[in-house]
Design a protein around this ligand. Structure first.
Ligand code: DX5
Ligand code: ZN
Length: 219
């Protein structure tokens, strides 16, 4: 099987040293940098905006996997892509026209991802698989790091795996929330190819990042 993509979530990094933290996880073997954007409205927490993404961009070469938890989302797509987002993932609930939003992300030059809250059904993308470049399954309710993995979402990962396979395209299937060395194998067995991890990567400080990432890959 191809190597699992590991995307550390900088939500769990030291926010006073974001550039250093990004460089440290890249050096430790991270494949993507997962950037959690929250507006205190779509989710009950506030994090960072496009200016911070832009400031971080020169620090690392790995793709920026930007997870937008903001509503309305459409007015901010351009700013995040301009800031250096390579993948932009949106929740279907964050705007009135998911299809239009996905097309817009591609027009701007980024890959378009769809994020599933624990209660969101896979069927929201049934008629627009051609517009989707990444699928992101939340295994927690979005808003905070450090929550426990919801095993109820494994069935959804399996369903989305089948939907992706039916397209014949290589669409990453990513899982976000409570991913640890214990829950990662469950995600991979269900069909995930990419794992987001905040707490499990950043615990123990920079000296531990490489081991933490290896533990998630199970190698
Ligand atoms: C939560 C974020 C996650 C979060 C994961 O809304 O989308 O990316 O940082 O954190 P852990 O890995 O600690 O569950
Ligand atoms: Zn996230």
């Amino acid at each position: 099987a191809p190597k699992t993509i590991i995307a550390p979530s900088i939500l769990a990094a030291d926010f006073a040293k974001l550039g250093e933290e990004a460089r440290a996880v890249e050096a430790a073997g991270a494949d993507w940098l997962h950037v959690d954007v929250m507006d205190g409205h779509f989710v009950p927490n506030i994090t960072l905006g496009p200016d911070i993404v832009k400031a971080l961009r020169p620090h690392v070469a790995i793709p920026f996997d930007v997870h937008l938890m903001i509503a309305p989302v459409d007015p901010f797509l351009e700013a995040f892509v301009a800031a250096g987002a390579n993948i932009v993932s949106v929740h279907p609930e964050s705007g009135p026209h998911l299809n239009r939003t996905l097309k817009r992300i591609r027009e701007l030059g980024a890959k378009a991802g769809v994020v599933f809250n624990p209660s969101t059904s896979p069927s929201v993308i049934e008629y627009m698989m051609d517009e989707v470049d990444l699928v992101l399954v939340m295994s927690i309710n979005p808003g905070f790091g450090g929550q426990s993995f919801m095993t109820s979402q494994l069935k959804k990962i399996e369903t989305l795996r089948r939907m992706i396979d039916a397209t014949g395209r290589d669409i990453p299937l990513e899982v976000d929330g409570g991913v640890t060395p214990q829950t990662a194998p469950l995600c991979i067995a269900a069909g995930a190819t990419a794992l987001v991890a905040g707490t499990a990567v950043f615990k123990g400080g920079p000296g531990a990042y490489a081991d933490n990432i290896r533990a998630l890959r199970g190698s």
